[in-house]
Design a protein around this ligand. Sequence first.
Ligand code: ATP
Ligand code: MG
Length: 300
Amino acid sequence: MDLFAFEAAGKAESSETDDVQGVCNYLDAIAYARKQLKSPKGLPLSVRVLCETHRRLAKGVRGAEKSPGEVRRSQNWIGRTRPGNAAYVPPPPHAVGELLAGLERFIHGERDLPPLIRAGLCHAQFETIHPFLDGNGRIGRLLIALLFEHWKLLREPLLYLSLFFKQRRAEYYRRLDGVRGQGDFKGWLAFFLEGTAVVAEEAVGTIQDLFSLITSDRAKVLRVKTSSVMAARLFELLPEHPIVTIGRVVDLLSTTKPTANKAVNALVDAGVLVETTGRRRDRTFGYAAYLDRLRTGTEI
Ligand SMILES: Nc1ncnc2c1ncn2[C@@H]1O[C@H](COP(=O)(O)OP(=O)(O)OP(=O)(O)O)[C@@H](O)[C@H]1O
Ligand SMILES: [Mg+2]
């Protein structure tokens, strides 16, 4: 939502928050990695790609001071204040290179296990190696999405397990530790597969709901008296730009301010757009029902 609002306001007017910067970096990092894997001249899914992805991810946000794009050269630990009282101490730095090479070999060499199982194992192993000083969670989750695409389970990164891991964080950590301490791969994989199923069901539900919402709202837009071709065109842009200002609409439709105003007013009349600031000037309009549906279930 912050990102949509940021885009609506235009870069000059709004102050970028850490969250917005973080999400922008994430999108940039995903786009970079996907492009490498897709293009015939691109790099294969490898440590090199993960390092460059990490560099993009860490730009100017949390972790930026901690060697972005570089595999660690010092000992790290997870939780508490020192290795002695940590929840988990990853392998020593001199072992990381060989371990990552092994993970790479597994990604490209393992054929017998189903791809979902392989992806779950890769995530656990990546988190266990913990190759970066920070950002291992973010890169490790991105790795799952990249593997799903690499192994042709999905054509787009539509399935994201982050929310599931966040909602069940304690169990997520416990399952990873189970692999490390007790070799409980089954427990971890059951959790990972459950997450995949839950997130997939949710994604399909969201897509279906959004699709029927858009279909019925399109009819409303066509029916309203103040409607116009411009209003209909603006409506089609809303799924990608669900928060807009008049200035933004001027740009999106390449039109004049009065025409943009009219199109926005028609969508307000149709009950599709809702003004959110309560101000007379610099108003912001949101596709409220759409945003509500997107937000559903994302509260932690
Ligand atoms: N107590 C724990 N037990 C097991 N694994 C843990 C624990 N705490 C963190 N982890 C793992 O380490 C990751 C966090 O590592 P790091 O801080 O380098 O990444 P991040 O991207 O900054 O964090 P986050 O995952 O919180 O966004 C978690 O996502 C999880 O996989
Ligand atoms: Mg961190």
